[in-house]
Design a protein around this ligand. Structure first.
Ligand SMILES: NC(=O)c1ccc[n+]([C@@H]2O[C@H](COP(=O)([O-])OP(=O)(O)OC[C@H]3O[C@@H](n4cnc5c(N)ncnc54)[C@H](O)[C@@H]3O)[C@@H](O)[C@H]2O)c1
Length: 337
């Protein structure tokens, strides 16, 4: 295959970015079809990205377009059903995180992936394709860290995006599944270990509306992994300075920090306020390169007939940990895994 014909489902905040990357940056790929429930998004995709075929029904897109692969960027509750349908129709599948919102539906995807072993299945844990996280992982694999002691990772959305977060909360499946899932995946990837206990707490510190959905505007979890290392996650929606993603891994020989100040770039501004650096303001901005890298990897895997590092099983495990964190938060109890 020289060129992978891709159909995308979901053209919202992230879907349009993936669609644009596929149609303009990703090598050996073309955006053949798009599906959304929103007519304006579809006409924008037709006009700006020159998408050939537009659909409002996912199954129609799969059955009526001549596709090799599907990219799923619909709401999290739709991922598993759509992934299974596409796999059974013989398509390669890229699915956004989280894989699913229940353990059962994730396991059903694993089964469909196993039953269609010649097709590529990849999950959108894009931080694994961010140059800084990749470099840190390389250093850990080289043994720079020594024995890992603590993995600490924060994912906090900007307060300026709170209106969107409040509209989205009903469908987000909660902060652990929606936000901390990235930190959970990073911890498993970098520590090469699985958690054995978890305790989560949190609350509504600025926006009580989250409580109506059994969520907090900021939540955190403390975990112990089976290699005895500890992990601490914070997921929130109230960073006044911007989009705050930072990670620290403390080991017996070194400490690695990624993005401990969520700076926009290397520029320092010296003015009447003093010396300052601007912060990145959104996931789109912070992970712009990672979104391109991961999609290129998906297409390369299809063309070169190889399998991506991120497997469906990683999706199941991270969903399960996020689910147990949510349970611990809601029931205020320590959970042994
Ligand atoms: N990797 C990341 O950092 C990251 C960032 C943002 C979102 N996401 C994930 O991407 C997914 C989408 O998030 P978003 O913020 O772009 O959502 P969004 O609400 O902005 O867009 C959702 C899109 O899905 C479409 N849609 C909804 N139901 C559909 C259905 N039944 N059939 C076909 N299309 C349907 C909508 O029309 C819309 O185009 C979520 O699962 C989210 O977790 C990942």
């Amino acid at each position: 295959m020289n060129k992978v014909r891709i159909g995308i489902v979901g053209l919202g905040r992230l879907g349009f970015i993936h669609a644009k990357n596929i149609s303009s940056i990703i090598k050996n790929a073309e955006l053949s079809a798009a599906c959304s429930l929103n007519k304006e998004e579809l006409s924008r995709a037709k006009k700006e990205l020159n998408v050939g075929y537009c659909f409002s029904d996912f199954k129609e897109m799969i059955n009526d377009s001549d596709l090799n692969a599907i990219v799923i960027v619909s709401p999290s509750a739709n991922h598993c059903e759509q992934a299974i349908y596409a796999l059974q129709k013989g398509l390669h599948v890229f699915c956004e995180k989280p894989l699913g919102i229940t353990l059962q539906e994730c396991l059903a995807v694993e089964e469909a992936v196993a039953a269609n072993a010649n097709q590529v299945f990849m999950l959108g844990f894009m931080r694994r394709y961010d140059p800084s996280y990749m470099y840190a992982k390389q250093k850990i694999d080289e043994g720079v860290l020594g024995k890992p002691i603590l993995f600490r990772s924060y994912s906090v959305d900007p307060e300026s995006a709170i209106d969107g977060a409040l509209k989205y909360v009903e469908h987000s499946a909660g902060q652990f599944l929606d936000m901390a899932i990235h930190d959970i995946d990073l911890a498993r990837w970098m520590l090469k270990a699985e958690p054995k206990s978890i305790f989560a707490i949190g609350g509504c510190y600025a926006h009580k509306e989250f409580a109506e959905h059994g969520d907090g505007d900021n939540v955190s979890a403390l975990l112990q992994f089976d290699n005895e290392s500890m992990a601490f996650f914070l997921a929130g929606r109230t960073a006044t300075h911007g989009y705050n993603v930072e990670t620290e891994i403390i080991g017996t020989k070194a400490t690695l920090r990624i993005g401990s100040v969520p700076r926009k770039n290397m520029v320092e501004i010296l003015d009447s306020h003093g010396v300052r650096q601007e912060c990145s303001q959104s996931f789109q901005e912070r992970f712009e390169v990672a979104f391109v890298n991961e999609m290129q990897e998906f297409v390369d895997c299809i063309i070169e007939n190889k399998k991506p590092e991120i497997k469906a099983e990683d999706g199941t495990k991270s969903t399960n940990i996020a689910y147990l964190a949510t349970k611990s938060f809601k029931e205020n109890k320590l959970i042994k895994i």
